[in-house]
Design a protein around this ligand. Structure first.
Ligand SMILES: CC(C)[C@H](C(=O)O)[C@@H](O)C(=O)O
Ligand code: SF4
Length: 466
């Protein structure tokens, strides 16, 4: 029978299936961080269980860690407890941990791929919604709750009902300066934040094939903002080239065997999806959000919408509320919105390619008066690589803050937060009320828009800098 990519990977992992019951899936890689693991380990302890496959389990510290003074004890008591608890649990249960100060520490969704642990055809879970990021490699990867974390720790399996399948085909090429981030923001705005609900989505088409692995990760990362269970992209030469030589990638004959298998992980020509959406990349433009969910977006060249223009009553009310929270006026050109803080980082846009692109745009410019730019590498490896390439100097010379690795200002769980009413242009993925700090106002943007905005002080694209 013809199968889609997700059906192939799913079927290869079914340990038990029974009519009317969820499947029991084998899990190839279980990632952990400090926020969603403590109760799971407590549960194991209470039941007197061990971690079934510590060799398939990896932990890192990311959400609660400071990006300054990371060599000193964590000042915030709640964050310190979280991190200390993870350390204690990993030591007790024999789980590999990359703590603050370790060369492999960083955001869990940056660390897995860069170690070569994230591979095509795998099932990957983590107590974190943005686990969807790993789907960029052709893995089935999704976030799970803490009780499921405990189940996977104890059994290396997970009960899951099979989601429906969807194809998002993006034809044509993205115009110069338009990125994977603009593509996914456009998709979410055009189809609504619930558009992906209940589906494993496969992104395909020319524009997707032309994306780097970093770009593909950006798209799959934000599948969750679209409501999808997971996002996936069929592995191809770009994928193999990215993985080859990574520390945990297969080697020699194992590599050849792995690639031969990975090449079979494509949707069969006659396979059908439960739903299909087709987009045209060639008409996409830099895209930014004006509201408090990732589906409230417009092209950068557009204006803040007028709530009464929304046909749907709920959308109208949501827009009114969002404009008030965001301190924006209907009809205001997006390019005139003044930004206090630009955040470059997160598991959406905190990889080396992102930092290279940001540095390339900022080089020779300075950060606008009254604006601050925070550059936060997604991992220590990304940080070191950037420093090797001299990117840190470009940022620092422009007046930016060059930080240590972590989730940072993506969410308000560490010292990097917005003050009430402070406005950010952020390369992260969520913009709900208070996401980056109580009262903070977030505009989700791409790397080029973030970099140009830092220079201009108002939402801008690199074209505005010449
Ligand atoms: C803290 C964690 C559970 C959360 C998530 O699941 O996504 C966080 O990473 C986020 O981005 O909001
Ligand atoms: S960077 Fe942001 S989205 Fe990614 S795991 Fe951390 S908090 Fe979640």
């Amino acid at each position: 029978m013809a199968k889609t990519l997700s059906e192939k990977v799913w079927d290869e992992h079914v340990v038990r299936s029974a009519e009317g019951e969820p499947d029991l899936l084998y899990i190839d890689l279980h990632l952990l961080h400090e926020v969603t693991s403590p109760q799971a380990f407590d549960g194991l302890r209470l039941a007197g269980r061990q971690v079934r496959r510590p060799d398939l389990t990896l932990a890192t510290e990311d959400h609660n860690v400071p990006t300054l003074d990371w060599d000193k004890p964590i000042a915030d008591p709640v964050s310190k407890t979280q991190v200390d608890t993870l350390r204690k649990n990993c030591a007790e249960f024999g789980v590999r941990l990359h703590p603050l100060g370790d060369i492999e520490q960083g955001i869990v969704h940056v660390v897995g791929p860069q170690l070569g642990l994230t591979q095509p055809g795998m099932t990957i879970v983590c107590g974190d919604s943005h686990t969807s990021t790993h789907g960029a490699f052709g893995a089935i990867a999704f976030g799970i709750g803490t009780s499921e974390v405990e189940h996977v720790l104890a059994t290396q399996t997970l009960m899951q009902a099979k989601p429906k399948t969807m194809a998002v085909t993006v034809n044509g090429s993205l115009p110069a300066g338009v990125t994977a981030k603009d593509l996914i923001l456009t998709l979410i705005t055009e189809t609504g934040t619930g558009g992906g609900q209940g589906y494993i989505v496969e992104y395909r088409g020319q524009a997707i094939e032309e994306l780097s692995m970093e770009g593909r990760m950006t798209v799959c990362n934000m599948s969750i903002e679209w409501g999808a269970k997971a996002g996936m992209i069929a592995p191809d030469q770009t994928t193999f080239d990215y993985i080859e030589g990574k520390p945990e990638a297969p080697q020699g004959a194992d590599w050849d065997a792995a690639v031969a298998h990975w090449k079979t992980l494509v949707t069969d020509a006659d396979a059908t999806f439960d739903k299909e959406i087709v987009l045209d990349a060639s008409v996409m433009t830099p895209f930014v959000t004006w509201g408090t969910n990732p589906g409230q977006g417009v092209p950068l060249g557009g204006v803040v919408p007028t709530p009464s223009d929304f046909a749907d009553e709920q959308d109208r009310v949501a827009a009114e509320k969002a404009l008030e929270y965001m301190g924006l006026e209907a009809g205001q050109p997006m390019r005139e919105v003044k930004v206090d803080t630009v955040f470059v980082g997160s598991c959406t846009n905190g990889r080396i390619e992102d930092l290279r692109l940001a540095a390339d745009i900022i080089k020779g410019h300075t950060v606008a008066e009254g604006t601050r730019l925070l550059v936060v590498p997604g991992s220590v490896r990304v940080r070191l690589q950037a420093m090797e390439e001299g990117l840190d100097k470009v940022f620092i010379e422009a007046g930016a803050e060059w930080r240590g690795a972590g989730c940072s200002m993506c969410l308000g769980m560490n010292p990097d937060t917005l003050a009430p009413q402070e406005r950010s242009a952020s390369t992260s993925n969520r913009n709900f009320e208070g996401r980056q700090g109580k009262g903070g106002r977030t505009h989700l943007v791409s790397i080029p828009v973030a970099a140009a905005t830092a220079v201009k002080g108002t939402l801008a694209s690199p074209a505005d800098l010449v």
